[in-house]
Design a binder for this molecule. Structure first.
Ligand code: SF4
Ligand code: SF4
Ligand code: SF4
Length: 289
């Protein structure tokens, strides 16, 4: 059976679909959005990261490193520096797990799902990047009558979507921008495939909550929201939309990866203004889903 690389698990989540949820974050994403709140999700393999604030300068990691340099460009991900670090200043992000291991973890939270109408959400990264694992774990969830959601950026082959349809109760689907050039400038890819998949997914009868990340200087303008309203209204069936305002909580993660977070937080009042545009068209909010 397949195995998946998971870099985080969030229990008792209330923002990743209805009810109380357990969210698994899978590694690997084909996009590189400038506002990404999970920059550690983008690379596919396990990563060794360093938390300077936890380091006591004991030197054990340097001694253990086969290359003797702790050099990220020459790192073979042997994990020796992590094993000897007694302060967890060095950490491996990404653990290889089988669907059975993930299922055992999911079943521990079953009682919360039953009481709240929740379930399990597979997020990332882009979970479709690990489609064989995703398909297998969705199948196991269905066998155990656990409700499932897939949080996707939409940039995947339709064949991958097709493999998830049978066992996914809900898709959380990002719509970031309707202009492909702007989309590419801020995320690294155009939006053609994403919008085509969304239309096919809506036509398939899948339940979808569209999610718009509100990012300053990218899509925080009235024109985009008016166009988005028209686009959503042309999709088959009722499609709910949520707006998620960008924030800078991930600055620490960027520091840990030796990178800079470049997102701009939207001005006060914009979130309410755009919610109002969607509400007037009867498409804001996912409470009915
Ligand atoms: S082993 Fe850990 S605490 Fe010691 S120098 Fe390396 S990172 Fe710092
Ligand atoms: S994972 Fe291995 S090769 Fe990479 S820095 Fe640590 S000890 Fe060196
Ligand atoms: S699609 Fe999501 S996970 Fe991927 S880079 Fe963009 S914000 Fe990050």
């Amino acid at each position: 059976m397949s195995k998946g690389i998971i870099f985080d698990v969030k229990r008792f989540s209330i923002h990743d679909g209805p009810g109380i949820r357990t969210t698994f974050f899978l590694k690997g994403c084909p996009l590189s959005c400038v506002w990404c709140q999970n920059p550690e999700s983008i690379s596919e393999g396990a990563q060794i990261v360093f938390h300077p604030s936890r380091c006591i300068d004991c030197g054990a990691c340097l001694e253990a490193c086969p290359g003797g340099k702790l050099d990220t460009t020459e790192c073979i991900r042997c994990g020796a520096c992590v094993d000897v670090c007694c302060t967890t200043a060095r950490e491996v992000l990404g653990k290889m797990l089988s669907p059975g291991q993930v299922m055992n973890s999911i079943l521990r939270d079953r009682v919360f799902f039953e009481e709240s109408g929740g379930g399990v959400t597979f997020s990332g990264g882009e979970p479709m990047k690990q489609i064989d694992f995703l398909k297998d774990i969705l199948h196991l969830c269905k066998e155990s009558k656990i409700r499932t959601a897939v949080d996707t950026c939409g940039y995947a082959s339709w064949e991958s979507f097709d493999k998830t349809l049978e066992n996914t109760d809900l898709f959380l689907y990002d719509v970031k921008h309707l202009d492909s050039d702007i989309h590419e400038r801020f995320t690294g890819v155009g939006n053609k495939l994403i919008l085509e998949n969304l239309i096919k997914l809506a036509e398939s009868g899948a339940t979808i909550i569209l999610r718009i990340p509100l990012v300053g200087g990218f899509n925080d303008n009235r024109d985009f929201f008016l166009r988005a309203t028209e686009f959503v209204n042309e999709l088959p069936r009722y499609q709910a939309v949520d707006i998620l305002a960008c924030h800078d909580f991930a600055r620490g993660k960027y520091r840990m990866l030796n990178r800079e977070l470049c997102c701009t937080i939207p001005e006060d009042g914009k979130l309410e203004e755009f919610k109002q545009i969607l509400s007037s068209a009867g498409i804001y909010g996912s409470e009915e889903i």
